[in-house]
Write a protein that binds this ligand. Structure first.
Ligand code: ATP
Length: 194
């Protein structure tokens, strides 16, 4: 390994409501495929576009990210998007990370659903100038978009935070989709109970 090579840091934004095994597998596969030094999980405020289901408070979502990544030396739970003045637009997060890590090469991890929605994000071109996207298949593979740097990831994972919240609200378990420490945190704090 070249010690002078720039650190390869991937930003992984999401609501993580809750973080599940799909998120963790996506981060792990991205790290392996792109030889990442670090994946920074950045929980954001819950989106007003996702109504109808109980959401966990930001402090719990951050704590669950911490719990799920505690055994992964390459993973960091970063509260930047939770403490920054809203709205936490992704291009602003990327600009802040580019200032914080000026020598690093930055990536942004997402699922294909978000990749498809990306043109509607605030100032997506500014984000695309700063990062290379790493995109996992989700309801289909990601289509390349001319001019944007994108690495498709092989494989897909069926976990869905919405489905997990629904199961929990209905009083059914969702432990099979969750890191055990996250399942324990949800049960202890009675999160997602309607
Ligand atoms: P919901 O099911 O409520 O939409 P989500 O897990 O998609 O939840 P986020 O926590 O915001 O929502 O997801 C963070 C990122 O992880 C998004 O880019 C999303 O596309 C991606 N992602 C989440 N689950 C998967 C999955 N099973 N496979 C691929 N990508 C995923």
């Amino acid at each position: 390994m070249n010690p002078d090579a720039p650190r390869r840091i991937a930003l992984f934004g999401g609501t993580f409501d809750p973080i599940h095994l799909g998120h963790l597998e996506l981060a792990t596969r991205a790290r392996e495929a792109l030889a990442l030094d670090e994946v920074r999980f950045l929980p954001c405020h819950t989106s007003p576009h996702k109504p109808g289901v109980t959401s966990a408070p930001p402090a719990d979502r951050l704590e669950m990210v911490r719990l799920a990544t505690r055994g992964l030396p390459w993973a960091t739970a970063d509260d930047f998007d939770l403490v920054a003045p809203p709205p936490a637009y992704s291009y602003r997060t990327a600009e802040a990370m580019a200032r914080r890590f000026p020598a690093a090469k930055l990536f942004w991890i997402m699922g294909a659903d978000q990749w498809r929605a990306l043109p509607e994000w605030k100032e997506p071109e500014r984000l695309a100038e700063l990062v290379e996207f790493i995109v996992a298949a989700r309801d289909g593979a990601p289509e390349p978009r001319p001019g944007w740097r994108m690495h498709p990831l092989a494989g897909c994972h069926p976990a869905s935070a919405t489905a997990i919240r629904r199961e929990l609200a209905a009083g059914r378990g969702a432990d099979g989709w969750l890191d055990p420490a996250v399942a324990e945190h949800i049960s202890r704090h009675r999160l997602y109970i309607a």
